[in-house]
Design a protein around this ligand. Sequence first.
Ligand code: FAD
Length: 264
Amino acid sequence: GASESWRRFDSAKVYTADLESGLHYLLRVELASHDYLEGEELSIFKDFVTLVAKLYPGGGSVVRLMEALSDWLLSLQGRRLVYQNVLDLVDNKMRVRQCVPGGGVRWVGCQGSRAGLRGYPCSLWTLFHILTVQHAAKPTALENTGGSREAAPVLQVMRRYIRTFFGCQECGRHFEQAAAAGLDQVQNPDQQILWLWEQHNRVNSRLSGTLSDDPLFPKAPWPGPALCATCHEEKNGARWNRDNVLVFLRRHYGASNLSHRHAI
Ligand code: FAD
């Protein structure tokens, strides 16, 4: 049952197990509903793979897999991509992970109190928060890629990925609306970090108390005062101290706060 496999974790940390499980799910399950990719879909997938290859922190097997995928996608020169070929490459590169029970996914910070809660969508948010923070830390990493001239390259790739591939279509519509209404105001990497944080909090407040809300992890404005006291303020009607929120996000989603463990 679920109880025997519950792993205690620290919610002040970010776990690479969640990120790897999320990418595993994305490549093996989410994409598997497409027999092949071509045109617009293929270029969106390619941009996503390139983004992760360039910005995922710490090197390691994820970056090697994404680089291999990216090289191979470039060598296709825009021809139609047969999904089975993606799967073959992933199988080849991710052989170790196949040994993990549950078909290769092991949630830690993204565990839900029962199946169907948290997991993959939690890992996607986490991944993109990390990528916005890494982009601010290494703004030149995306030079010579498609997004290098966009003001919010991480969010643009996220927007297109979510709109095109994310299994929750209602989520895709909501996110697209928010992006259409506000992304053009994002002009630099710090604003990109804060925009995603703010948008995530808007989703949290919309979902609070609904069926997708895990009772063990109720949706609330984040970070709460226990995680970041200085992020909150009661001054001039402002609720957040945005400068401190930015400092907090850079630290929380920074490379040195990533844990490679599977439990506390
Ligand atoms: P999540 O909201 O997934 O958050 C994961 C972790 O991120 C949290 O545990 C916390 O550590 C951290 N976090 C929380 N808030 C913030 C923040 N503001 N900034 C930075 N980090 C934060 N579900 C729907 O039912 N309807 C929707 O319209 C919808 N839209 C979505 C749009 C996107 C782009 C994504 C990725 C998911 C969407 N979802 C939607 C799913 C939903 O947002 C949650 O991911 C899901 O319900 C699982 O929630 P969770 O408790 O794991 O926390």
